[in-house]
Design a protein around this ligand. Structure first.
Ligand code: NAD
Length: 316
């Protein structure tokens, strides 16, 4: 593998992320046997050069490594410990890597259960979204025993822009949850700061320039400023069509606040950001961009650049 030779990958979960990630492995010259419950996802992956298989045991056949890229902890537990699952069929020669975003306890459970069976497991969640998956520029945060992390790195490399060995078991998921929690809070700061500046009569571009070199700056402010025409990469330019869906941000913040409660912490700001994302989901706007929480700042419930979709349809 490190010498550039072909590896045999097994892959479970060929959705929005798993599909393009496996395509990049094929493009890098590796063989991938992929499984997904959804036939369309399986067909799409086949178009990318993945060999579709009918179950987890077939995906594991001859695999140097198996990746799981599943919606959440529940599916990860099923795929690992369910009947006909990974724990039942994996050989000790196969390295197990979960790149799903899961709750901290599920990640700990994966490490414990794998180790009890003499299997090697690594948690390796990602950030970078679907565009990063397509472009093979994902950031991987990797946790596990040092020797297992070391072995995982070359298998991750064809899909990654950055890879960080984060520490011991579940350090990858810990980094992912803490990072995304900070992102959720800084989205709120950008939403409220941008609106206050506007109400106090500031030109948005002048204010953005000031903040960008001042203490209020953040990645969210620099990349996703929720006012149209200021930052090219902001969803505000496109009626808040998702760059990062509100329901995915809600999932990550929910997992982070859950981990915080289990760690006996008071994560007040994160709880508040979670409740705003939940409000978007409750309004049926979970598919829109997470920066649309800006609409909760004004009493009118309006965000700059946002027109509710039913209004657009009515106008047409
Ligand atoms: P997705 O829902 O598009 O894909 C998940 C796939 O898993 C689906 O195709 C589903 O059919 C399949 N699946 C579910 N249960 C299964 C089972 N028991 N056996 C086999 N296949 C099964 O989700 P996604 O957007 O690809 O995200 C995958 C993971 O990556 C999630 O944990 C998500 O939080 C994380 N993530 C997503 C993004 C993003 O922008 N989409 C970014 C970073 C991390």
């Amino acid at each position: 593998m490190t010498d550039g030779s072909e590896s045999q990958y097994g892959w479970i979960g060929l959705g929005n992320m798993g599909g393009p990630m496996t395509g990049n492995l094929v493009d890098a010259g590796h063989s991938v046997r992929g499984f997904d419950l959804d036939h369309r996802s399986l067909g799409d992956a086949q178009q990318r050069g993945v060999t579709p298989v009918t179950g987890i045991p077939e995906a594991l056949e001859g695999a140097d490594v198996v990746f799981t890229m599943l919606p959440a902890g529940q599916q990860v537990r099923e795929v690992f410990a369910g009947e006909g699952g990974i724990f039942e069929h994996a050989s000790q020669d196969t390295l197990l890597i979960d790149s799903s975003t899961v709750d901290f306890e599920t990640s700990r459970w994966c490490h414990r259960e794998a180790e009890a069976r003499g299997l090697r497991f690594v948690d390796a969640p990602v950030s970078g979204g679907i565009s990063g998956a397509e472009a093979a520029t994902l950031t991987f945060m990797v946790g596990g025993r040092p020797e297992n992390v070391e072995q995982a790195l070359p298998f991750i490399e064809p899909m990654a822009g950055n890879t960080f060995p984060a520490g011991g078991p579940s350090a990858g998921i810990a980094a992912k949850l803490a990072n995304n929690m900070m992102l959720g809070i800084s989205i709120m700061a950008a939403a409220e700061g941008s609106q206050l500046a506007e109400r106090l009569g500031l030109d948005p571009k002048v204010f953005w320039d000031i903040v960008s070199v001042s203490s209020g700056q953040s990645w969210a402010q620099k990349t996703w400023y929720p006012v149209p025409g200021i930052v090219e990469s902001a969803a505000a330019n496109n009626n808040y069509d998702a760059t990062f869906r509100a329901d995915l941000a809600l999932k990550d913040l929910t997992l982070a606040t859950q981990a915080g409660r289990e760690a006996d912490l008071s994560l007040t700001a994160a709880e508040l950001a979670t409740s705003q994302l939940q409000a978007l989901a409750d309004e049926g706007l979970g598919h829109k961009d997470c920066t649309l929480i800006t609409k909760y700042v004004s009493p009118e419930g309006e965000a700059p650049g946002y027109t509710a979709e039913h209004d657009v349809a009515d106008a047409a």
